[in-house]
Ligand binder design. Structure first.
Ligand code: HEC
Ligand code: HEC
Length: 254
């Protein structure tokens, strides 16, 4: 369901927090008072906290002052995702391979340079963890952990850790972290891979994986990842231990 009235209502609600929060969220290391104006990240920060010319909404109005997202409104966390991953998502929204009524027009209104700038800005943020909306039952958490760490050979689903890293911490630049992401958003993402609304994975693996998981499995693995500790900032690329998109699939777990 791509209802844009909910996001807008939620944005108004969050609006009051922004002034205080934005001032807090900016200031990457080294950008002391007065040094922000000419710095590389300044235009990205401006887009994020104040929006763009021509009325582009401030990203922070939905994604939160520090990129922490909003579980109830289904706005994903984007703080600390790898720059390369974020840039590709914005490009995909703009050209439609990721079809979303809210993000499409926003991404289209940005130039490629602005997408780079705002992505680089969010990659440096580290928003605090938000508590999962509800605790998972024991059996469901076990199933989620199994899929995440071992996979399910019978269903031909390899472990998520093969690509998303141990505990779902992500691997820059291509694999997003799943740890600490809102479960509601992860479930929606799996649904979009399954239906083809999202067709952005250059390796072609995510649509296959999503189709092989039942709704119950998708909910189990989403809930498990949502409860994992957040990764550190994405600035340091993790050693690429497995495939790059386009290469063949890592061996199925045994
Ligand atoms: C009106 C609310 C709203 C605003 C404003 C907004 N977003 Fe989003 N954003 C969303 C929603 C909702 C989604 C999830 C869409 C989906 O399911 O594909 C999203 C998804 C994203 C994603 C994909 C995250 C992922 O993990 O794949 C990125 C990147 C993103 N937004 C960046 C931005 C940037 C940068 C801006 C500012 C230029 C911005 N957004 C402004 C609501 C918003
Ligand atoms: C073969 C590598 C691979 C494996 C294994 C894999 N993924 Fe992914 N996944 C990716 C890539 C690459 C992306 C990013 C695609 C893009 O750029 O849009 C992704 C993106 C995602 C996203 C979207 C995240 C976001 O912020 O929007 C979710 C959710 C996800 N994967 C869940 C899973 C789950 C759950 C499993 C295990 C059952 C899994 N993935 C296993 C490669 C993989």
């Amino acid at each position: 369901m791509k209802n844009s009235s909910l996001p807008i209502a939620a944005c108004r609600l969050l609006g009051g927090l922004l002034l205080a929060g934005a001032a807090h969220a900016q200031a990457p290391a080294g950008a002391g008072p007065g040094s922000g104006a000419g710095a590389d990240e300044a235009p990205g920060m401006q887009l994020a906290t104040r929006g763009g010319p021509g009325g582009t909404a401030a990203c922070a109005s939905c994604h939160g002052a520090q990129g922490e997202g909003n579980a109830a409104a289904n706005f994903p966390r984007i703080a600390g995702q790898p720059t390369g991953y974020l840039v590709r998502q914005l490009a995909s929204y703009a050209e439609g391979s990721r079809n979303n009524a809210v993000m499409g027009p926003i991404a289209k209104a940005l130039t490629p340079q602005q997408r780079e700038q705002v992505s680089a800005y969010y990659a440096t943020l580290s928003a605090p963890a938000t508590k999962p909306a509800q605790a998972q039952g024991k059996a469901e958490a076990e199933r989620g952990k199994q899929l995440a760490t071992v996979g399910d050979e019978r269903a031909s689903v390899q472990s998520c850790a093969n690509c998303h890293g141990p505990g779902g911490v992500g691997q820059a630049p291509n694999y997003p972290y799943l740890a600490g992401q809102h479960a509601s958003y992860l479930v929606a993402a799996m649904r979009d891979w399954k239906s083809g609304v999202r067709n952005t994975d250059p390796s072609g693996q995510m649509p296959l994986i999503a189709k092989r998981l039942s709704d119950a499995d998708a909910a189990a693995v989403a809930g498990w990842f949502a409860a994992q500790p957040l990764p550190g900032p994405a600035s340091a690329p993790v050693v690429q231990r497995s495939m790059m998109p386009g290469q063949s699939m890592p061996a199925a777990p045994r």
